[in-house]
Design a binder for this molecule. Structure first.
Ligand SMILES: Nc1nc2c(ncn2[C@@H]2O[C@H](COP(=O)(O)OP(=O)(O)OP(=O)(O)O)[C@@H](O)[C@H]2O)c(=O)[nH]1
Length: 199
């Protein structure tokens, strides 16, 4: 959304962004009370949109320009309180001084989007197994599932099967012994989570 820092107190022409975005960051300057007050309208707009389509989006409220502490007009408590009111994550950062803090905020936004998507999954995730590959003309491409639960290698001309991941509740701990070790008394054992495929 257009930044509240530009004294754009009312969100305008934001339908496009509302429909397209997976997460929202609303940014104000800690040294500018007006930019903070402008955030209310943006947060209202996003909340209304989310309510309208019955979808929860991660919203992050950011107080920027933390390096201008001596000119602070918005207390951290005010930021925390506004974030709590709208169910946002809240951070204070300095875009010009703290690269890693800003990077963390963006990573956190991406993680929240993923968590939100997992919460809204209508069906359990699938993983892909490659059965009987017969020609390897193309370079294999490693593909990791978005849940990090499984990965596979795809070749353009291989047969691909889709299987459902067993649910966590079905997984059991089993103990296995190597065939060589079975004859020995103190056979070394290996404990596995039954139901999980090891790649
Ligand atoms: N001191 C300080 N100045 C900052 C910081 N972040 C941005 N600025 C300054 O604030 C002004 C506005 O920054 P922009 O990046 O243009 O902010 P914006 O509101 O997103 O503006 P648009 O990109 O035009 O939408 C610029 O002069 C920046 O240099 C910060 O963390 N500290």
């Amino acid at each position: 959304l257009p930044s509240a820092d530009l004294y754009c107190d009312v969100p305008v022409n934001c339908e496009r962004y509302l429909n397209w975005a997976n997460a929202f960051m609303v940014v104000y300057s800690i040294d500018n009370k007006r930019s903070f007050e402008g955030c209310h309208q943006y947060l209202d707009t996003i909340s209304l949109h989310a309510k309208g389509i019955q979808h929860d989006y991660p919203i992050l409220l950011l107080g920027n320009k933390l390096d201008l502490e001596q000119y602070r007009q918005v207390t951290k408590a005010e930021g925390v309180s506004l974030a709590a009111k709208y169910g946002c994550l809240f951070y204070e950062v300095s875009a010009c001084l703290e690269f890693e803090a800003v990077q963390h905020v963006f990573h956190e936004a991406a993680r929240e989007v993923r968590r939100e998507m997992e919460r809204n999954l209508p069906v359990r995730p699938l993983f892909i197994t490659e059965e009987r590959p017969f020609l390897h003309l193309a370079a294999p491409t490693a593909v990791a599932s978005k849940h990090g639960l499984a990965s596979c290698t795809l070749n353009t001309l291989s047969t691909v099967n889709y299987k459902e991941i067993p649910s966590v509740a079905q997984a059991k701990l089993v103990t296995v012994k190597s065939s060589r070790a079975q004859s020995k008394r103190k056979a070394p054992t290996l404990t596995l989570l039954k139901g999980f495929k090891i790649f």
